[in-house]
Design a protein around this ligand. Structure first.
Ligand SMILES: O=C(O)c1ccccc1NCC(=O)[C@H](O)[C@H](O)COP(=O)(O)O
Length: 216
């Protein structure tokens, strides 16, 4: 099955609406003030019908997350900081949204034990490349590190993804059919500048997946 696509770091109204029109399944919005893609204090979420809205937070308070979920009708909260299993449990008990926990990947995946502690409380793990910034580093990690992943929790792959490496990633996924990859997360490789998406690149990416799914 083709993985789902998330385009992250959206903040321009016209681009958000266009992505929905093009049928992007997930859009990511960054609520972290230190990111160059921060949506900003005055952000007004456009009315969207089909796309699932993913709110990216970094060590936010439970109250702040609840406020954002309600205000912007988020479907998913992506926890991109050092959130503990207890924090995830508390969110799980208080909110009816999906939770994705992010793990930065450098030389190795986190240990199975550390991942297992999150399994009861989150809906997916998102593996992003470790880097100088919390996210949006534009760097790829070695996907080979995922080969030993054996938990049932669905995965999102992130970090430096763009059309230029899709063929290699699809080859990797085909060679590892046991991996429960739910989706792929795209960001800086589809940008003209932080938070300003190159809509031609977005269209080219979607076309690539359309053609791919016709071939299966
Ligand atoms: O993109 C950011 O500026 C960012 C800052 C702080 C936390 C998370 C952030 N991005 C979240 C994402 O899900 C990105 O898509 C992910 O880090 C991959 O980005 P890239 O390597 O540029 O494709």
């Amino acid at each position: 099955m083709m993985p789902l696509v998330k385009i992250c770091g959206m903040r321009q109204t016209a681009q958000i609406i266009e992505c929905e029109r093009l049928g992007v399944p997930y859009l990511g919005f960054i609520y972290y003030p230190r990111s160059p893609r921060f949506v900003g204090e005055q952000f007004v979420m456009p009315a969207l019908k089909r796309v699932k809205k993913v709110g990216v937070v970094v060590n936010a308070s439970l109250e702040q997350v609840a406020y954002l979920v309600r205000r912007d009708s988020l479907s998913v909260v992506q926890l991109h900081g050092d959130e503990s299993p207890a924090y995830c449990q508390a969110l799980r008990q208080s909110l009816s949204v999906k939770l994705w926990k992010v793990f930065p990947v450098g030389e190795a995946l986190p240990s199975v034990q550390s991942l297992q502690a999150y399994v009861p409380y989150v809906d997916a793990f998102l593996f992003d490349t470790a880097g100088a910034q919390r996210g949006g580093n534009g760097q790829v990690f070695s996907w080979q590190l995922l080969a030993g992943y054996s938990l049932p929790t669905p995965l999102w792959i992130s970090g430096g993804l763009g059309l230029h490496n899709m063929s290699a990633l699809c080859d990797f996924l085909r060679a590892h059919p046991h991996l429960p990859v739910e989706g792929l997360d795209f960001n800086s490789a589809l940008e003209l500048s932080p938070g300003n998406k190159d809509m031609q690149k977005v269209c080219d990416l979607l076309k690539y997946f359309e053609l791919k799914s016709e071939q299966i």
